[in-house]
Design a protein around this ligand. Structure first.
Ligand SMILES: *Cc1c(COP(=O)(O)O)cnc(C)c1O
Length: 421
């Protein structure tokens, strides 16, 4: 108890009288500058709202980048975490724990896959997918196999392999030499895939809806073509559902809405409701390529996180939940089209479920984010010209209406500012 109080006193001192000034100093002088942070210090959250250090409330249409799918501090997730915190926090994957085993059972069932490997993030889930695809195809088709095709505008993570899989030069600059074994497909067309594929290719990795790259849904027809092409050529199809998974698109996984089944699918972000978890799911045949020692993770499948993820699964898969996500998604999509018709400079509205992008004629997305924040609404960008909306899946109809009104005002303000500039 004494230590808890010491930590609380330290935190209170840091957040002190000047309303968080010391936190800003500590952050700016001691944390590496990998983030272009906004001037906003958050102290608590509840449902679809967060509060800053001055006590102002914000409507959160970011969900911490698609992570807090059930909103902030969901009482059932708190109860699940708390229960597990009092029994066992961590051991190691050399022993069995019930939360991990139960999560494996429920998650594979919900995802219509056979087996799962647990890790702690999206990049790690994709690393595991890359390793698994190579191990399987080398054994099945020969040691020359190993190259993976990914698509322009993709985002697969920040580790060296997933950074190389990410076909966007801006993320790769200055980090060479990059590992080999990746080739980029320049368009979502059969011709572009045929041009990139070689005898060494072992898998094709794709986000069914590209997230960071601009909220770009990939046509289901093309994904079906990819499935057939992979079958014909002996390639594995990997879906990166790190952002689209766990209910975001109105289905547990995006591919459930168009029925093209991958050999491997990766998840992370919303799966732990705000706690770190990653999962690589595969068919029985492919998963069999991993034997003891082939891969591992110290924290992967941690009992506290697994227990919370189990609760996330229960809630998202309860009758009516995903149906409501689809309804709210339609409301948001329709509302964005109405906004687009009434404000200048919106060139496209794209998305599915509760994942939407509003593309502007100019690279002004960051300024729209700022104008939204001033009005009490938090939104994201996806590239310089696209505003991205990822509200929690528990968002209400009234909250969506509020956000639409604020977003419309913000876009107008930026457009007016640009005219006057
Ligand atoms: C966020 C994201 C990742 C990386 O996840 P991290 O948890 O940040 O490592 C990978 N793929 C997609 C599609 C993502 O949206």
């Amino acid at each position: 108890m004494a230590e808890v109080q010491v930590a609380q006193v330290l935190l209170q001192e840091l957040q002190g009288d000047e309303k968080g000034a010391d936190v800003v100093v500590a952050d700016q002088s001691k944390v590496m500058h990998t983030y272009a942070r906004q001037d906003l210090q958050l102290t608590r959250g509840s449902g679809a709202h967060v509060w800053d250090v001055q006590g102002s409330r914000y409507l959160d249409f970011t969900s911490g980048i698609a992570v807090c799918g059930l909103g902030h501090c969901h009482p059932r997730l708190i109860a699940a975490a708390e229960e597990q915190l009092h029994s066992l926090w961590h051991m190691s994957n050399l022993y069995l724990t019930a939360p991990q085993a139960l999560l494996a059972e429920r998650l594979t069932e919900a995802s219509q896959m056979d087996r799962v490997f647990f890790c702690n993030s999206g990049a790690e889930a994709n690393e595991a997918a890359i390793k698994l695809a190579r191990k399987y195809t080398k054994a099945a088709f020969g040691a020359h196999k190993g190259e993976i095709l990914t698509f322009h505008h993709s985002f697969h993570g920040r580790t060296l392999a997933t950074l190389t899989a990410t076909a966007q030069p801006k993320y790769q600059e200055g980090f060479g030499p990059l590992p080999g074994g990746f080739r980029y497909v320049e368009a979502f067309t059969p011709e572009a895939v045929r041009e990139a594929v070689s005898a060494r290719t072992c898998a094709i990795m794709i986000e069914p809806i590209q997230g960071e790259g601009g909220v770009r849904p990939v046509a289901p027809d093309f994904l079906q073509w990819l499935r057939d092409f992979c079958d014909e050529m002996g390639l594995l199809l990997i879906f990166d559902e790190v952002q689209t998974g766990a209910g975001r698109t109105g289905e547990w996984l995006a591919w459930h809405s168009f029925g093209v089944k991958p050999d491997i699918v990766t998840m992370a972000k919303a799966l732990g409701g705000g706690l770190p978890i990653g999962a690589t799911l595969a068919s029985e045949e492919v998963a069999a390529a991993f034997s003891p020692g082939a891969h591992g993770s110290t924290f992967g499948g941690n009992p506290v996180v697994a227990r919370v993820a189990l609760e996330v699964l229960e809630i998202v898969r309860a009758p009516g939940f995903l149906e409501n996500v689809r309804r709210r998604g339609q409301q948001l999509g329709n509302g964005l089209c109405t906004v687009a018709a009434t404000v200048p400079d919106v060139v496209d509205v794209r998305g599915q479920g509760l994942m939407w992008g509003v593309q502007l004629a100019r690279p002004d997305a960051g300024r729209v984010v700022d104008e939204c924040r001033k009005r009490g609404l938090l939104v994201l960008t996806a590239g310089a010209d696209t505003v991205r909306l990822l509200p929690p899946l528990i968002i209400s109809a009234a909250e969506i209406d509020t956000a639409l009104a604020l977003l419309g005002e913000a876009i107008k303000a930026v457009a007016t500012g640009a005219q006057n500039a």
